[in-house]
Design a protein. Sequence first.
Length: 129
Amino acid sequence: AHGADALAELAQCRIIGYEGLKEILDSIYKKININYYGYINNEDERMISAVKEILERDIIPVEEIEEWIRSFGNIEKEGIMPECLFIEFNGTLFLKSLYFRLVDNAKYEQTAKIVKEVLKKTSRFGEDY
């Protein structure tokens, strides 16, 4: 959780450009897809704060960020319990939280739709979204 807070601060740093912001997104992706811990301390919301800071900087084209979001739909789960459940839980929690942070902002309407599509694809209850 504190690492996510640090990423949000770094995302605001004006000396960090395109490559640095992409590295932050990469780090978030890796942390969402861990298989040894389920996020229970608002890590999802805190990581989304970093994502929102990156979006607001308008350095990375929105199409690239949308492709990054789509990549959450390609996570391979090995079927080993509880590891695959941690990956599923963390990913679904992150995507749901991201959706609700974006959905009411007209600027991110298309991005929110993509998040919803990925949720439908990845969640075992996807048809209900």
